[in-house]
Design a protein around this ligand. Structure first.
Ligand code: GDP
Length: 635
């Protein structure tokens, strides 16, 4: 086999191959030199190895996704060169297009470059882990219907497990406390309720290991109990049911067990899987059994934490104290939190000046799964936000400034969760196998009928999964549950009040309400089968900034504006931003250049715009879009 033939097989030119052979101590004269088959095989292998090594060593740090323009800079090429190389390979991009990691790696490979993802300081901190996992205490949250005894049970446990000497009469509410038993420790989140629980999860803080569902034995399962159970199930936490108030003469624990059985939660002592325990927060009966069950369950769960890494915690509660500044109750998840540590938390940072427990005792350090109140942050963070220990002040500042940038960017891009219209596309991309629905209806009978009809819609590709159903209007806890589970919310003959609608808009949750059952079923069916029409696509047209606002007697409120980007078109839909938040959605109703009505105004020019919003103000930003309706092709 001649060298030029071999080069062709290796997809390089002969000159390059001859150079490589020199490196491999295998000199040949020229491209017409020939080698036998065995040698050719060895050469192929060696050259392959050489290339692999070269690529491996040629590391360039980038962040994904990356634009073609930045990619060219990193590869030391001109953008035009990179684009034309790609076109030769049948790949068409434009220069500002962002490409994902896989695509970037493929391109880099052709240039014999190995891409390494550049981690932000924050990601670097989170990535560290020592393989030093040790046992930790379980974190427990109580949920259930109001007045069924959550607070009483928490108080009863706290009082009975803290010795008089230790307590000295003083305990303070900090949002979480821990009890030490002979068999182990248990941490309780002291702000019961599924809304707080799910709001924390929505912020990414899944701290609860075990949920205690409290049901009063004289009242039974109530709508809020069902909500609590569904929120707990959706979180994947273990569930223990505490049947409370058994001291009451009219209590009936068996009635509660029967109700549980009907909801697919048969008690263990009835042959089911749900752990239940009868208690009384008033007399203390059964409370020790409840604690034993928690310890038992946590042993089964083999809960562990990394004690050796830099600490990570979660905010349970936070407040501003006069004289002392920001006080935040932190539940440590990993590592050991110490006084003097520099940390970041949400958009705040600081050096921990003091740590207290719920008995006002000063602590030097806090272990994983332990709660404590910390002093030293320069602001009051939100519950559910993460606390990260960083190396120093500079590091903290860097992370905060990056987060602030990100926050501004995120505000400009409305958040989106699953939309019915996109369901089929997601199914096709195989990152979705089920459509999760939160279903609310006006009365019980209808609810069950609609649920039955929806359950029948499941196809081979996608299963309809009703993760929570209930009678009554769509409420904010439904939206939160939808947010953490990526569900859609469907209301049948129920109202959705303006506040809840606004919350769902802000969170990007699809919330639909129907009056006619066929329309509801048709929409879900259409989505599952990929036939839902129409699909609306929005394209950004332009942006204008309001300079002054004036009133025209006939035309209404006109915003005298300057087009900063693209163009403004009459009739196009628009979003009005104030302080980076969308505060109004409407249409460009009137568009004026001086006194004349015009169809469009382009970048750099001044114009008068009426979007039908009379509270428009100076410095507001108007973004306009074209909306295109794309009918879905039938298969
Ligand atoms: P939460 O809303 O679930 O936190 O309920 P609370 O703990 O505030 O309790 C509501 C009411 O029920 C209060 O008046 C309590 O005193 C009472 N209660 C709670 N647990 C028991 C119990 O085991 N037995 C009796 N008899 N009353 C209880």
């Amino acid at each position: 086999m001649r060298i030029h033939e071999l080069a062709k097989e290796l997809n390089i030119d002969s000159k390059e191959l001859i150079e490589k052979l020199k490196l491999l101590n295998f000199p040949v004269k020229n491209h017409m030199s020939s080698v036998d088959k065995d040698t050719a095989d060895i050469i192929k292998h060696e050259v392959g190895e050489l290339d692999r090594k070269e690529i491996e060593e040629n590391v360039i740090e980038v962040s994904f996704p990356i634009t073609i323009k930045d990619m060219a800079v990193k590869l030391g090429k001109k953008s035009s060169q990179l684009l034309s190389d790609l076109i030769k390979k049948g790949k068409f991009f434009n220069i500002n297009q962002s490409i994902d990691e896989k695509c970037a790696r493929e391109i880099a490979y052709d240039y014999k470059v190995n891409l390494k993802e550049k981690l932000s300081k924050e990601e670097e901190i989170l990535k560290v882990e020592s393989k030093n996992l040790e046992k930790r205490a379980p974190v427990v949250t109580l949920m259930g219907h109001i007045d069924h005894g959550k607070t009483s049970i928490l108080d009863c446990i706290r009082k009975s497990k803290i010795s008089d000497k230790e307590a000295g009469g003083i305990t303070q509410h900090i949002g979480a406390y821990q009890v030490s038993l002979d068999k182990g420790k248990i941490t309780f989140i002291d702000t019961p309720g599924h809304e707080t629980f799910t709001a924390m999860r929505a912020r990414g803080a899944d701290v609860t290991d075990i949920v205690i569902i409290v049901i009063a034995a004289d009242d039974g399962i109530k709508p809020q109990t069902v909500e609590a159970i569904d929120h707990a199930k959706a979180s994947g936490a273990s569930i223990i049911v505490a049947i409370n108030k058994i001291d009451r003469p009219n209590s009936n624990a068996d009635m509660v067990k029967q109700q549980l059985s009907k909801m697919d939660m048969s008690p263990e002592d009835w042959g089911g899987k749900t752990i239940t325990v009868n208690v009384s927060a008033k007399t203390g009966e059964g409370i020790d059994d409840l604690l034993d069950l928690i310890i038992l369950q946590s042993d089964i769960m083999e809960l562990k934490a990394d004690y050796k890494r830099s600490a990570i915690g979660v905010v349970v509660e936070a407040r501003l104290s006069k004289g002392r500044g920001s006080l935040a109750t932190i539940l440590v998840k990993e590592g050991i939190l110490k006084t003097g540590d520099w940390c970041v938390c949400g958009l705040y940072s600081g050096k921990i000046r003091a740590i207290h427990d719920d008995r006002k005792k000063i602590l030097k350090e806090v272990l994983p799964a332990h709660p404590a109140e910390i002093l030293g942050l320069n602001g009051v963070p939100n519950p559910g936000e993460q606390l990260l220990v960083v190396t120093d002040e500079k590091n903290a500042r860097e992370i905060i400034s990056k987060r602030k940038d990100e926050e501004t960017r995120n505000k400009l891009v409305p958040k989106t969760h699953l939309k019915l219209e996109d369901l089929y596309k997601k199914v096709q991309e195989e990152d979705l196998k089920q459509l999760k629905i939160i279903l609310k209806a006006d009365v019980g009978g209808t609810l069950e009928a609609v649920e039955g009809a929806l359950n029948k819609i499941s196809t081979e590709e996608v299963k309809v999964n009703i993760i929570h159903k209930g009678v009554g209007s769509v409420n904010s806890s439904d939206i939160l549950l939808a947010e953490v589970t990526d569900s859609i919310v469907v209301g049948f003959k129920v109202s959705i009040d303006a506040q809840v609608r606004e919350l769902s808009r802000r969170k990007g949750i699809e919330t639909r309400s129907y009056q006619i059952v066929y329309e509801l079923i048709d929409d879900v069916k259409g989505a599952v089968e990929g036939l839902l029409t129409p699909h609306v696509k929005r394209t950004f047209l332009g942006r204008a900034k309001v300079k002054t606002v004036f009133k025209l007697s006939r035309a209404g409120i006109i915003a005298g504006s300057v087009v900063e980007k693209g163009k403004i078109k009459r009739g196009s839909i628009c979003n009005l931003f104030r302080d980076n938040e969308v505060i109004f959605e409407g249409k460009v109703q009137t568009l004026k250049r001086f006194k004349d009505d015009v169809r469009e105004v382009t970048e750099g020019l001044e114009c008068g715009i009426d979007i039908g919003f009379d509270k428009i103000k100076e410095d507001d930003i108007i973004d306009t879009f074209d909306e295109e309706t794309i009918a879905r092709k039938l298969k």
